[in-house]
Design a protein around this ligand. Structure first.
Ligand code: FAD
Length: 204
């Protein structure tokens, strides 16, 4: 959600503040909300003066895929992020939109928020909100889980990051996460790397 500027943006620290909230439809906090001192356009199409409250489903039900395009290893893989393929994610985004509208209209933020630009006053009710979300949703690029860790038949790596059925090969990155985290993933990727360094350095 984006507001027109009521004052010029001051110099800000580079890190965006964010909060985790719950849609009430998941066991974990599943709504990620961050605040930006810019009027961000849909699908990251530029930014102007203003403020934005960005929101996302941090624990999506939708699943994308990465598949081989051919037997040639040089060919780029077929990547389908599968955004919003599960209606449950759209419903949780509608709940999140309501949450950030409440936050945006809070008295404490009044000095920074002017008129609501996006979605704007014409978007009211669940039908309009769903259409707005399908039209404008982009990605935070927190991709994970394409080489999921586990002990079942479909898992790619075991709990020590070793690829099932292949000797001396580990995967050490966001792809081993069994599911997305509630928070941005970079710190967890570093933790996976630290753990892998211990495992690889362990004698025997
Ligand atoms: C625009 C953007 C903004 C982001 N902002 C945040 C944020 O604010 N906070 C946060 O926590 N996370 C953020 N993320 C997510 C975070 O950057 C990733 O989750 C994290 O970097 C994933 O780490 P990784 O090691 O799994 O993959 P990567 O960091 O992508 O590392 C993969 C590495 O493998 C190399 N590689 C790929 N293919 C091959 C190959 N065939 N052979 C050899 N090397 C190869 C690549 O060159 C790359 O260096 C952001 C991501 C993007 C794209």
């Amino acid at each position: 959600m984006t507001y027109g500027a009521t004052q010029s943006a001051a110099a800000t620290p580079s890190r965006l503040p964010y909060v985790l909230a719950s849609s009430g439809k998941h066991d974990e906090p599943d709504i990620y909300i961050s605040f930006a001192q810019a009027a961000v356009g849909p699908r990251w199409q530029g930014a102007g003066p203003g403020t934005s409250i960005l929101f996302a489903v941090a624990r999506p039900s939708s699943r994308g895929s990465v598949r081989l395009a051919s037997a040639n290893p040089i060919d780029s893989p077929l990547v389908d992020p599968g955004f919003l393929t599960e209606p449950d994610d759209v419903e949780r985004m509608v709940i999140a939109l309501g949450m950030v509208r409440d936050i945006g209209q809070a008295g404490a933020l009044r000095q920074w928020s002017g008129a609501e630009l996006l979605p704007g006053p014409k978007v009211q009710g669940d039908v309009d909100s769903r259409a707005f979300i399908r039209r404008t949703t982009g990605s935070f690029f927190h991709l994970a889980g394409t080489c999921r860790m586990g002990t079942d038949d479909l898992a790619v790596v075991d709990p020590e990051l070793r690829v099932h059925g292949v000797e001396n090969l580990r995967v050490v990155d966001a792809s081993v996460m069994p599911s997305l985290l509630s928070a941005p993933p970079n710190a967890a990727v570093l933790a996976i790397a630290e753990r892998a360094a211990d495992l690889i350095g362990r004698p025997g």
